[in-house]
Write a protein that binds this ligand. Structure first.
Ligand code: ATP
Ligand code: MG
Length: 365
């Protein structure tokens, strides 16, 4: 049985509350002899700042670098609104993304049948939805130079952001998308705007080339990003894997998220390049939601986003895809039984706390 190092960074607010439910599941995997998970824990965000004045310590960064998967809760809260900019809670997450080279951000949008009525769209449009957005995370217009605001001296200013992509950046994100599609419904939709952007022309060219050379068995379609946004709210089930750049991925993944209901349901994964020797990728798994200071300490936090993030770790980093499926089925079963934290209870009162929801899912597993 392969052994894996998990590094847990619960963070602030509800981060530690939802992480506790994942820890119970990890302990169960170990106790049942299904896996050998070595678990270590560190501090990130406001809790790290309170302990030693940094958003993450060098020692914890080293542990994250040496781990097979980082499980990240959430950071921030009003308590740290006034701390200096470079040690603000979010700086810990940005440092992790940068140093681990996490260039591929995976955000599934899954609609559990029991929650289909919580979507902003009609039940028939979202029921059974299972799509995966693969967003390039370390390049593009958020990082390209020049990035400036210049005073033109005549009462006018000029703002410049620059979209830059190089061949290798598009090649590696395309490979991630095609590899994932092979484990799913075998279809990739590549979204760009080649009609108005040179980076879109290049994106299209390179995705086409990687497809022909390495993944001819996967179905590939090219879609203009604005059309993709429209299609996502018209008939999202036409998609399997959508691969796109940093900016379009930011927008499209939020659109997709809202198809499925609550923020408390949405997991994510961020992956780096495979290690030359072991083939293992650096990776970080986190819920899409933040630290939710408004409900921290009340037991109202929904742990499903964090638990489903661990499910993604099982699938993509820990060699236990079959158990990832079982975990998803356990979540679906618990929802079908009508167990609800407050965020997914609709007009009914909630009937489960964070701990009760976690225990119900583990029980089902
Ligand atoms: P961040 O900037 O860290 O992403 P945010 O301002 O986007 O934070 P969140 O912390 O994600 O906000 O919270 C937004 C709203 O969603 C809050 O009202 C919060 O209580 C609710 N919420 C977030 N996560 C959960 C959860 N897991 N369970 C229940 N409610 C949640
Ligand atoms: Mg947010």
């Amino acid at each position: 049985m392969a052994s894996y190092n998990l590094f847990l960074l619960p963070g602030d607010g509800i981060g530690p509350e939802v992480m506790k439910e994942v820890e119970a599941i990890i302990a169960w995997f170990n106790a049942e002899g299904i896996a050998r998970f070595e678990v270590d824990r560190g501090l990130v965000g406001g809790s790290a700042y309170d302990a030693h004045g940094q958003a993450i310590s060098e020692a914890d960064m080293a542990k994250a670098m040496a781990s097979d998967a980082v499980l990240f809760g959430a950071v921030g809260g009003p308590k740290w609104d006034k701390v200096p900019y470079d040690v603000r809670p979010e700086a810990g997450l940005l440092r992790l993304r940068k140093d681990l080279g996490l260039f591929a951000n995976l955000r599934p949008a899954i609609c559990y049948p029991a929650l289909a009525d919580a979507s902003s769209l009609k039940r028939e449009v979202v029921e059974g939805l299972d799509i995966l957005i693969v967003r390039e995370l370390t390049g593009g217009v958020y990082f390209g130079e020049p990035k400036t605001i210049t005073d033109l001296g005549n009462g006018q200013k000029r703002g410049i952001d620059t979209q830059v992509y190089e061949t290798y950046e598009i090649e590696r994100i395309a490979r991630v998308a095609f590899d994932l599609a092979k484990t799913r419904r075998n279809k990739v939709s590549s979204a760009e705007k080649r009609n108005v952007m040179k980076t879109g022309v290049l994106w299209n060219e390179i995705v086409t080339r990687i497809h022909a050379a390495e993944y001819p068995g996967v179905q590939l379609e090219h879609v203009l990003a604005d059309n993709c946004a429209m299609q996502l709210v018209r008939w999202p089930k036409q998609y399997d894997v959508i691969v796109t750049d940093n900016l379009f991925g930011d927008v499209l993944s939020d659109v997709a998220a809202m198809l499925t209901g609550s923020l408390g349901m949405l997991p994510s994964a961020s992956l780096g390049a495979p290690d030359a020797k072991t083939g293992r990728r650096k990776s970080l798994y986190e819920p899409v939601h933040g630290s939710a200071p408004d409900i921290a300490g009340t037991g109202a936090a929904n742990p499903i986003a964090m638990i489903a993030s661990f499910g993604m770790a099982l699938r993509y980093s820990l060699g236990l895809g079959d158990w990832a499926d079982k975990l998803d089925q356990a979540i679906a079963a618990v929802l079908a039984q009508g167990i609800r934290t407050k965020d997914i209870a609709g007009s009914q009162p909630a009937n489960a706390t964070t701990t009760q929801m976690g225990a119900a899912i583990l029980g089902e597993l």
